[in-house]
Write a new protein. Structure first.
Length: 146
């Protein structure tokens, strides 16, 4: 069966959570994920893209479209939780997913793609660079406000 990329729906949440929990050593529960997904399901600026092979979710990324009012920044997309199931890696699935992401971003009027990736994901970084992403001289800052 052929690999298919499509936007996720509510029935895909458990497969997405299982994949991301495996790839990122996370512990997200299904109810939390479903609740968040429901809040953004009708927002075209939040796109959960999945790759399906033989009815199994084998790839995923979250695309967030950011329209801005600033010249030079224009509209751009940020990717996070980009991953491929371990047993399907090194089969060009990530590259095919990035091609689909780029197509979606262009359709949404984006001029730029950005992503962040954890430091330990060295193989993913190679894939991103091979696809044409460039590492920028920046730090990712975080402040917990709870």
């Amino acid at each position: 069966m052929a690999l298919e990329f499509r936007r996720a729906n509510i029935d895909d949440i458990e497969g997405i959570v299982d994949l991301c929990n495996e790839c990122f050593e996370e512990n997200t529960d299904y109810k939390y994920a479903r609740d968040v997904f429901q809040k953004t399901i009708n927002d075209d600026n939040h796109i959960y893209l999945i790759g399906v092979l033989d009815r199994e979710i084998v790839a995923h990324t979250k695309i967030t479209i950011i329209p801005t009012i600033f010249a030079g920044m224009d509209t751009y997309a940020i990717l996070n939780h980009a991953c491929v199931k371990r047993k399907y890696r090194r089969k060009n699935i990530a590259t095919k997913m990035l091609i689909e992401v780029q197509k979606i971003a262009k359709e949404q009027g984006c001029v730029d793609l950005k992503l962040w990736s954890m430091n330990f994901r060295k193989a993913a970084h190679k894939c991103y660079k091979h696809f044409g992403f460039k590492a920028i001289n920046a730090k990712f800052f975080r402040k917990n406000i709870l």
